[in-house]
Ligand binder design. Structure first.
Ligand code: PXP
Length: 317
């Protein structure tokens, strides 16, 4: 699909762009930027919403065109390990809700949490408390069990990120086995989210065949698993993994999927990743940020990473 670019929008090639239409788009672009600056989740009386991807429907003469704004790279902070630290002593601190507030104040575009079956870090009551304070994107990471689907619908997350989960793992170990889950997702897991208007992102390895299955399921986004890149032990392996990610991002974008990414990203490997992989939208980062915050303070850490991701600074500056 080819596009013209007007303001922050992509206009499908072939749409006749009248002058008034161009002005309208530039106006909408400005409004969206204001919404972002104010961290407002909705825009009264408008046809767009803050959570990406924003879909804008504009009537031009008697036609209706659907336009997609260009993806903006932004940081979502995974706060699981604030809860890990709290649970280590069975106390109330550090509070993941307070962490979420600071992260957003420091420039995070949203908060991610993984409610695990064993509740080893985030607990049910955290989910509901977070919902009350998170102003940006509220991204509920979970395994697609009936129990989690029920909680996610009840709290009405903005985004659900579906991941594989096993009790023994220390952290999520790989992307979804798309061939294995495809039928179950199509018939059971995905329809309730679609009905509720919750954006779906599937955590996958950077493999074109998996991405094709995701597109076939009609989900909005994929989160590319960056663990193999982050954990590469030699420069050769790192380059190979980067190339895989780059190809996957291009493929996902081509077939209409929003490209998120995460796992193992840190101040040491983020810049190369950003330089090499196109079309990125939401980057989900947890452990390295909470670890860095122990020494530098959460606000400083988050501001630094949010600026790098948005292209306002580099790790070296
Ligand atoms: N994305 C997904 C799907 C994850 O499971 C995790 C780990 O919870 C992350 C991103 C964040 O990974 P990390 O804590 O290594 O930054």
């Amino acid at each position: 699909m080819k596009y013209n670019t007007i303001g922050g929008f992509r206009v499908s090639h072939g749409v006749k762009v009248l002058n008034n239409f161009r002005i309208l788009l530039l106006h909408l672009d400005m409004q969206i930027r204001k919404l972002q600056a104010n961290r407002q989740a909705t825009c009264e009386g408008s046809v767009f919403r803050f959570c990406f991807p924003v879909t804008v429907i504009v009537a031009v003469t008697d036609h209706v065109h659907i336009l997609k704004p260009i993806a903006m790279r932004q940081l979502l902070v995974n706060i699981d390990h604030v809860a890990t630290l709290r649970n280590a002593r069975g106390e109330k601190v550090p509070d993941p809700v307070e962490a979420a507030r600071i992260c957003e104040m420091a420039g995070a575009a949203g908060i991610v949490f993984h409610l695990r079956e064993d509740r080893r870090h985030i607990r049910d009551e955290d989910v509901y408390a977070l919902k009350k304070v998170v102003k940006g994107l509220f991204d509920f990471e979970m395994a697609a069990t009936d129990e989690m689907i029920r909680i996610c619908l009840d709290v009405h997350a903005d985004v659900v990120t579906l991941v594989p989960e096993s009790r023994e793992e220390l952290t999520t170990e790989g992307g979804l086995n798309m061939r294995k889950v495809e039928k179950d997702y199509r018939e059971r897991a995905i329809p309730p989210f679609k009905e509720a208007g919750i954006e779906i992102s599937l955590f996958v390895d950077p493999e074109p065949a998996d991405l094709d299955i995701c597109a076939g399921l009609g989900v909005e986004a994929v989160e590319l698993h960056t663990g193999s890149y982050a954990n590469a032990e030699t420069p050769e392996v790192r380059r190979k993994e980067l190339l895989r990610l780059r190809n996957a991002a291009e493929h996902a974008h081509r077939i209409g999927l929003k490209v998120n990414a995460g796992h193992g990203l840190n101040f040491g490997n983020i810049q190369l990743f950003l330089d090499e992989v196109p079309h990125l939208t939401d980057l989900s980062i947890g452990h390295a940020l909470i670890a860095d915050a122990v020494f530098n303070g959460l606000e400083n850490t988050i501001r630094r990473m949010a600026d790098i991701i948005a292209g306002r600074s580099t790790p070296a500056s």
